[in-house]
Design a protein around this ligand. Structure first.
Ligand code: PBG
Length: 333
């Protein structure tokens, strides 16, 4: 009689046994919730392309943070929309800048909640690039080159001002060469040698950041980010990026975006022993939300499947706009 020698279905027969042999379990402690803060009063404004994600003014921020804390999410990632922008992004390293103010407030309310500060200039520069630019006009069209080494000083000032305000983790996302080393040196010099750097080590020049750039008003005013963010076609280069960050003193590595880059997450996991963060970015969130709003997918099941997939691929921590919902669903709400 022909019959299967191996019966895989024995270990799938009930919820109990499936739970027993489950290899990857998503935990609220794995998640980081991003927050957008803005000037003004009484503002809780939904971002059109990111349903369920809002801009908060400092006076409405507390209810959001209360909710995050009550759900047991251990960390938030802060993005700020400044009042003014200029060529060097000075509102990014202003001691009273929007991110610095929000950080101080959150740490006052909840000393235990980890505040992760995104260290970049694109939200604060009038040209929307992540560093300083030299501009020139060719046939009436503005062009610009982002100047690496001069940008490092501004980024370091930004990181130090964020640490001064109380940020627990500095997360530089600018993709200049040498940014980890420069920021590490700056933090150490200012007495913040205990503040870790979560480096956006492997950050691709991705179309998945579209909704974020609308939310943060940070789209480049000319050109694109392809001279500093990575080519989506490359994975060996990801190893070189991660390696240099490790040598420069990064405490955690990141791969961004996440869903189209699970192979990259796996490779970085296998090659490096540092904690690894995956950033489930805005466009990835918006796609799920749009399909869910149409009634085409089961949002809860899809989100938990995606986040579990990222963890299975090798991420220890996931930055995701779904964090609050995911925790509610994990709790069975
Ligand atoms: C700043 C930054 C960006 C994102 C995080 N930090 C935008 C960019 O690089 O253009 C994108 C996050 C998202 O899409 O959710 N450089």
């Amino acid at each position: 009689m022909a019959f299967p020698i191996v019966r895989h279905r024995r270990l799938r027969a009930s919820a109990g046994i499936r739970g027993m042999v489950r290899e990857t379990v998503l935990n609220p402690l794995d998640l980081i919730q991003p927050i957008f803060v803005t000037y003004g009063t009484g503002i809780k404004r939904e971002i059109a392309s990111m349903p369920g994600v809002y801009h908060f003014s400092l006076d409405t921020l507390k209810e959001e943070v209360d909710e995050i804390v009550s759900l047991g999410i251990p960390a938030v990632l802060l993005f700020g929309i400044p009042e003014t922008k200029d060529a060097v992004g000075s509102s990014g390293f202003d001691e009273n800048g929007i991110v610095q103010e929000a950080t101080r407030l959150i740490k006052q309310w909840y000393p235990e909640l980890l505040v992760v500060a995104d260290t970049c200039l694109c939200e604060f520069t009038d040209h929307g690039h992540c560093g300083m630019v030299h501009t020139h006009t060719v046939d009436g069209v503005l062009h610009g080159d982002v100047i690496n080494d001069a940008s490092l000083e501004l980024l370091t000032r930004t990181a130090v001002s964020q640490a001064k305000a109380g940020a627990d983790i500095i997360a530089p996302s600018n993709m200049m060469d040498g940014f980890v080393q420069a920021i590490r040196a700056g933090l150490d010099e200012a007495g913040f040698e205990h503040v870790p750097i979560m480096s956006y080590s492997v950050k691709y020049a991705s179309a998945f950041y579209g909704p974020f750039r609308e939310a943060a008003d940070s789209a480049p005013q000319f050109g694109d980010r392809k001279t500093y963010q990575m080519d989506p076609a490359n994975v060996r280069e990801a190893i070189r990026e991660a390696e240099s960050d490790v040598l420069e003193g990064a405490d955690m590595l990141m791969v961004k975006p996440a869903l189209a880059y699970m192979d990259v997450i796996r490779v970085i996991r296998e090659q490096f022993d540092l904690p690894l963060v995956a950033y489930n970015v805005s466009g990835e969130y918006s796609m799920v939300k749009a399909a869910a709003q149409q009634g085409w997918i089961n949002e809860k099941a899809i989100v938990l499947e995606l986040l579990t997939g990222l963890k299975r691929a090798g991420a220890d921590t996931i930055i995701t706009y779904h964090a609050k919902d995911a925790v509610r669903w994990l709790r069975g709400e």
